[in-house]
Design a binder for this molecule. Structure first.
Ligand code: KG4
Ligand code: ZN
Length: 346
């Protein structure tokens, strides 16, 4: 009888993570070493520093995940590892470590796509529910995409953003408002004291085709970002941006900005589900932590007879539970790779 235990390793960006998950959903351990504090001084991830930090932390993080799961490596069934997309130098650190564990303990190696794993995380709360097929909304620092998700690791992209990702918009607007990096949690915190209807900032929607017909799906956050910039420094394009403490009604600005992002995400996710005739919406990525997004999407979905599914907050941002989790159905499907498998930034 197989134990169904998979070790997952994630190092695609600024988190070094390892986890042990049984049968794709039963979490036995999860260790995440975040580099946020190191990158905060630069206002974003510095790839060179990220790679070096992964080198320092990977061994310890993997050993701790195995230890906390209360197992020995030879009880594992497989090693799953993120091979794409991400920062190439960072990916290679996790992949080399995964190969070493696989070789040492004679385990199959399962390459995992980071975005597909984010989506899997949204299905883990209800392990026995059949959530596929569904619409998947992936909202992170690097992605704002809608997919048709037909099964574990099966995504077909149907829409994306013309410019910034939603998380990137949170990060940049937080910077304008003098709030700490990463911007998502800081804006959400500031917004708790503010009125989401205080200011009406633009919500982008693609135009319907000239001859009529269905409106295409898609996102854009650059207009919103510019609107916030003009709101805080006035209409004079040459005026200096005021110091954060001089921005009037900062909580109202944060709440109204958050509301505009959330509305755009909700409208598009619901439209995608209705158009595709799918009843379930899976939401994943760092921005899926956002409480306002959770509330508004659950409410909008319920109104249309649809349902929305989010990962537990700890499994929205980068983690290895999602890698070990998706690794299991991929292993069952025989989607393993030899030790020659490479990483890819795309
Ligand atoms: O998925 P993730 O950890 O990393 C990427 O793969 O990008 O997502 C990080 C992004 C950051 O832009 C961060 O500001 C955003 O997720 N984020 C949030 C919240 N928590 C994290 N955005 C809005 N509300 C939050 N509570
Ligand atoms: Zn991610």
């Amino acid at each position: 009888m197989s134990s169904g235990l998979v070790l997952g390793i994630e190092s695609s960006c600024d988190e070094t993570a390892a986890a042990v998950v049984a049968h794709g959903h039963d979490v036995r351990s999860s260790v995440v070493h975040s580099q946020i504090a190191m990158h905060a001084a630069f206002g974003g991830v510095v790839p060179e520093l990220a790679g070096r930090s992964h080198v320092r932390e990977t061994h310890r993080v993997i050993a701790q995940a195995i230890d906390e799961a209360g197992i020995t490596p030879n009880e594992l069934d497989a090693v799953a590892v993120t091979t794409r997309p991400g920062l190439i130098g960072s990916l290679l650190v996790g992949l080399s470590a995964a190969k070493a564990v696989a070789l040492r303990h004679d385990l199959p190696l399962v390459p995992v796509h980071h975005i597909e794993a984010h989506v899997w995380a949204a299905t883990m709360e209800q392990p026995h529910a059949q959530l596929f097929p569904a619409i998947a909304l992936v909202v992170s620092g690097g992605h704002t995409d809608l997919y048709r998700a037909t099964g574990p690791g099966e995504l077909e992209r149907i829409a994306t953003t013309l410019d910034d990702a939603a998380g990137e918009a949170f990060d940049k607007v937080a910077w304008m408002l003098g709030l700490a990096y990463p911007g998502g949690p800081s804006i959400a915190r500031e917004a708790e004291e503010g009125d989401p209807a205080a200011f009406r900032f633009p919500r982008y929607r693609p135009k319907p085709p000239a001859g009529g017909g269905t409106r295409p799906l898609g996102f854009s956050f650059s207009g919103l970002k510019t609107a916030i910039l003009y709101h805080i420094r006035g209409q004079d394009a040459l005026a200096a941006t005021p110091a954060p403490e001089d921005i009037p009604r900062r909580p109202d600005v944060a709440a109204s900005f958050q509301e505009a992002v959330v509305d755009a995400l909700v409208v598009q996710a619901i439209a995608a589900a209705e158009e595709a005739g799918l009843e379930r919406i899976l939401v994943a990525g760092g921005v899926a932590c956002n409480t306002r997004l959770r509330e508004k999407l659950h409410a909008a979905a319920a109104e249309k007879g649809l349902s929305a599914h989010f990962p537990a907050p700890a499994f929205c941002t980068d983690n290895a539970v999602m890698i070990a989790g998706l690794g299991y159905p991929l292993l069952e499907r025989g989607a393993t790779a030899g030790l020659g498998v490479d990483a890819s930034p795309r």
